[in-house]
Design a protein around this ligand. Sequence first.
Ligand code: UT7
Length: 329
Amino acid sequence: MRRMKFTGVGAYVPERVVTNHDLEKMMDTSDEWIQQRTGIVERRWVEPGLENSDMAAKATLAACQDAGCDVKDIDLIIYATLSPEYLFPGTGVVLEKKLGLTRTPVLDIRNQCSGFLYGLAVANGMIASGMYQRILLVGSELHSRGLNKSTAGRDVTVIFGDGAGATVLEATDEDKGLIDILIHADGRYAEDLTCLLPSARVEGFITPEQVARGEHYPHMAGNKVFKHAIVKMPEAIQEVCKRNHLTPRDLDVLIPHQANLRINEIVGRALEIEPKVFNNIQKYGNTTAASIPLAMRDALDQGFLKPGHLLGLTAFGSGFTWGAALVRM
Ligand code: UT7
């Protein structure tokens, strides 16, 4: 079985910075509450005219430049997002068009905060089987236009931000790259973090009455999600380490999904590797499928993550879905 290595990591965030103080002007919230409960100081929101696929394209070009390849050299695009431009087709083909490609296969996946890990698992299987040599995996989210910016939506709205991350993944005979990955899901919790509309359960997929009631906005049972996240992410890291005869202490760096700084602090303490946990949620909020590649780019730029490091990745989110991976950088 051939291994898969990361040859390029790219990121893009919109220029518009939205601080907690900016949110105070829209809803009944405070900088103090947001920082204490989530660690978030600011996030990015798009300006009109910038779309999910535009952010993905910018992150893709940066990843390809990092990898020293051309977009034409990509064999498959995997696009992870929960904030697509159309109900169908998936946003992957919109990105493909913007990249000037006309034949490259595109796979859209809907695994929310675990989207990047699910995409990594799919890419790994395809590269290991010999089906493809070079895969682009993108996580891109445009949350800001879909958030309830009144007090009724404050628990959800203050945590999410816009942004994109992309990685170029290539087959390798070297002793580096993805060592192992596991992914899990438990659909019993599907409605604890969800956006119910538009929906094929509804005539016309959405009604004016539903919109008037605000049912088209995301809903989150925050406490429940929090309680599961702090158990499932450490468990997944333990599991992937154990089956590779490693312990979490062997990791040089852990990049968890960026949903809440308190969650990641608890995960770091549970695994007894708190100083090795990398976070950038303070600057970007929760960018869902984009958060891991965005954090990888920042960690590389800051020298926190270096070639040769043993990197752990973990994520948890809507579904519930979760997982963990081990990577030799
Ligand atoms: O990325 C996918 C996975 N998502 C997550 O992992 C998110 C997990 N959940 C969380 O991060 C947290 O649950 C939140 C940050 C969303 C909420 O924090 P919390 O500590 O669980 O707060 P809470 O929902 O228990 O609310 C506590 C209080 C409530 O007021 P009362 O009932 O005690 O008077 C809320 O109404 O805080 C209030 N509140 C707020 N106050 C100011 C909720 N949101 C806000 C807000 N500003 N934005």
